[in-house]
Design a protein around this ligand. Sequence first.
Ligand code: 9WN
Length: 423
Amino acid sequence: MTATMRAAATRVLERNWRGTYTVPAGGLYPHQWSWDSAFIAVGLRHISPRRAQIELDSLLSAQWHDGRLPQIVFNRERDDDYSPGGDFWRSETIPESSAVSTAGLVQPPNHALAVLLVHEADPAESRRRRFLQRAYPRLVAWHHYLRSRRTGPSGLARIVHPWESGMDNSPYWDAPLAAMTETIVDDVPRPDLQHADASHRPSNAEYGKYLYLAGRYRDHDCDDLDALSPYQLEDPAFNALWARSELALADIAAVLGDDASAAEHRENAEQIAHALESLWDEGLGCFVARDLLSGRLQRFRTVSGLVPLLLPDLAHTDALLQTLRGEHFALGQVALVPSHDLTAPTFDTARYWRGPSWFNTAWLVAEALDERGHGSEARALAEQMSSLALTHDFPEYVDPHTGAPRGTLDFSWTAALSLDLSI
Ligand code: 9WN
């Protein structure tokens, strides 16, 4: 299995490699995406630790002056093939942006975790290339951006666009988007529909709101203190990954011999984990999102609400495991981990983050199960990932009930993360 997986995953990652980074998929996603690159590097480290470092270096070098790591770094030659592209964002006119063309939004902060795993794959090569010395200050600046520009009184970072969650059309965002009167109805380009079935992608109505929010943020120079977005949410997975990445930063600081900073990062992680308590929903048995404008919790079971399982010493580990194994996510009885509650009226087997099972969240859950001492369930999940990935040409996501492929194929993080868990 490992040899076959290695050969097949390597083929996908070669095909999607663009010299200094990997695109998520050649047709649908022709640029570099932030949290994709971090997941991809986790798998690339088994093929070439050096290339995994370059993947992360290239993303980190697109960092803005204010510390943010952009959602997308554009290849301007492919501007017409994805919307919104570099022309839409015109980041070169925004004072805080970097020298390269990027989107102004961000994605979940999984990067420090990836940097640590890539370093550990080949510490000698990492030391030789001074990988951690380069990455650490940039990661610290990225987390500082989240703390200083995105964190409110709750102590949690807020997202200002559904794309920032990485789970674009999650049911969490339904009410907040419905409450927005502003949208764009004309001229909503959908080049994505040339590469994926419309029933697997977000709707046109959702895209109208996505474009409105992105345009409004851009028109305020992406200044978080100035632009009070009509969409402000706290997402559990985003914040859990931030806390988990603070723990990774602690380990990186320790490798660099900076024990005082290591202690600070551990304290930050504890503070975020503590703040996450306010998103716990006892009735649902998982974490949920909060709409900061209405103050309401968005009471849905989604895979995002399970991701805090990644945090050690969490008060709700047992309850989360029960939710994962029960009828709502049915671990071991369906394909991978559904993105949404199998029993909910809003569940959809095909549409993106409203039901289908994704490989990145399966990897996060497998890591968490392993770290929490449930090795056999983690291995079973890893085996399912490998077998679904190999059978269906590395799909973007799958139908939880049938395992049938959905979205695009030859998807980079599917290849990278399935490879990671097959080793
Ligand atoms: C918008 C690239 C990205 C992933 C996201 C996934 C999808 C983009 C889109 O693709 O989002 O960022 O066009 O739908 O939801 O998690 O990073 O793979």
